[in-house]
Design a binder for this molecule. Structure first.
Ligand code: SAM
Length: 211
């Protein structure tokens, strides 16, 4: 969301702090990794953690691990016998991410799979109480179609970047923007779910399956 720096600082100051490990991942990613803006960050990370703690999921699916920041936030809400599966196609970050997961007790609850989520998801024979869609924007609608039958009634799907830097209202949207516009409309039209588009950071679609 477009916001001035003072308000951003105010929001951060009045949000629970990041753990030392999350702070380190945030800092390392900004200094050492390409496209650091992709990381969820402090406020969205705390939001994901809070939602996960409310949902108390047994199984979480994350599509788009990147440097592992949001996976660790989401894992905070897992049941004692819970598991989070996180998928990413980028093998270059694998060593770094596995290193971060090892530094957290939550790492034991995380199954990190490298590969194309479009191919992996159909092979997952599980249900997921919480799904976080945060990979390539072009495939958002496909990811939704692939996961919706794996989510029980009452389950929750979150999708990041649904305002796409405000480009969703452009008169001549580019390809990725068109994909996000299509996704947002598809969710709004789907009677199996109720949803809210929250203007947190770059826009977060919150979806609850109702039938
Ligand atoms: C926005 S980043 C994820 C950020 C992370 N969820 C966080 O909040 O810290 C998107 C990630 O999706 C991954 N990705 C893109 N296309 C993918 C695909 N087809 N399958 C799996 N991962 C994909 C990219 O490699 C990238 O790491």
């Amino acid at each position: 969301m477009i916001m001035n720096i003072e308000l951003e600082q105010y929001i951060e100051k009045h949000t629970a702090p990041e753990s030392d490990l999350l702070k380190k991942i945030n800092r390392d990613t900004n200094v050492e990794v390409l496209k650091p803006h992709m990381l969820s960050g402090h406020v969205q990370g705390r939001f994901l953690s809070l939602i996960s703690r409310w949902v108390k999921p047994k199984r979480i699916l994350e599509i788009g691990t990147y440097t592992g920041y949001s996976a660790l936030c989401l894992a905070e809400g897992l049941d004692a016998d819970g598991k989070l599966i996180t998928l990413d196609v980028n093998e270059e970050l694998e060593e770094r991410v596995r290193g971060y997961f090892k530094q957290s007790p939550l790492g034991n609850y995380i199954e990190y799979k490298i590969g194309d989520a479009r191919k992996i998801i159909p092979s997952l024979n599980e249900t997921f109480d919480l799904v976080f869609i945060d990979a390539d924007k072009e495939s958002y609608s496909l990811y939704y179609d692939l996961v919706i039958d794996k989510v029980p009634v009452g389950g929750c799907i979150l999708a990041d970047n649904v305002l796409w830097s405000g480009k969703v209202t452009d008169e001549k949207p580019d390809k990725d923007t068109r994909a996000i516009i299509h996704f947002n409309q598809k969710i709004s039209d789907d009677e199996r779910v109720e949803n809210v588009l929250v203007s947190l950071r770059d826009g977060l679609m919150m979806i609850r399956k109702i039938k």
